[in-house]
Write a protein of this length. Structure first.
Length: 186
């Protein structure tokens, strides 16, 4: 497994090794043992699968407030996306900064997003399947969203994305009070 740190501490990509032959390839996409070596104590309890039919579908920026905040491991198994994590931890030296990574079936990368980060993605082609593991269960009373274009994220060539009503009506980052705190050394 190849691990690459992004510009945000704690946010990194993981690329599992692919074993290829004339039929295609096999990959161990997740191993609890391997993740224990990377980040002690991570336990995923829920897997989600999102399908987007059209290119330029933008989902996010989403979060769940403590005590239901989530660690996520995100991959794109069909198509390609720009996946984004935004540091939303008050007091963090990188508060409001983002990391963007292209995830695709072709590159096989996954993005690890710790607690205290917003998450979103935009599809780069039709027919994208995005899968992600979460460290806490979905809690509708704790969910929230930030307006996708209120932070200055480079979403690529997206000017008029396909949005849900909830994402279209989300609050701007500047008008939002983050429920996340930065803990030095955590």
């Amino acid at each position: 497994m190849e691990v690459e740190q992004t510009q945000l501490s704690g946010v990194f990509t993981v690329t599992p090794k692919r074993f290829r032959d004339e039929r295609g390839w096999l990959s161990e996409s997740y191993s609890q043992r391997a993740f224990e070596d990377l980040v002690a104590g991570v336990q995923f309890v829920q897997d989600n699968h999102s399908y987007s039919a059209k290119a330029q579908t933008l989902r996010g920026l989403h979060y769940q407030s403590p005590p239901h905040d989530q660690i996520k491991l995100v991959g794109c198994v069909t198509g390609s996306i720009i996946d984004v994590a935004v540091d939303a931890r008050r007091g963090s030296p990188t508060y409001g900064e983002s990391a963007s990574v292209i995830l695709s079936r072709e590159n096989g990368k996954y993005l690890f997003i710790p607690k205290g980060f917003l998450h979103g993605f935009v599809t780069l082609e039709d027919g994208c399947d995005v899968v992600y593991k979460c460290s806490d269960f979905y809690a509708p009373q704790a969910e929230g969203g930030i307006l996708w274009n209120s932070i200055g994220i480079d979403w690529g060539d997206v000017s008029d994305p396909i949005l849900s009503e909830k994402d279209r009506d989300a609050i701007s980052f500047q008008d939002w009070s983050s429920p996340f705190d930065f803990e030095a050394g955590a």
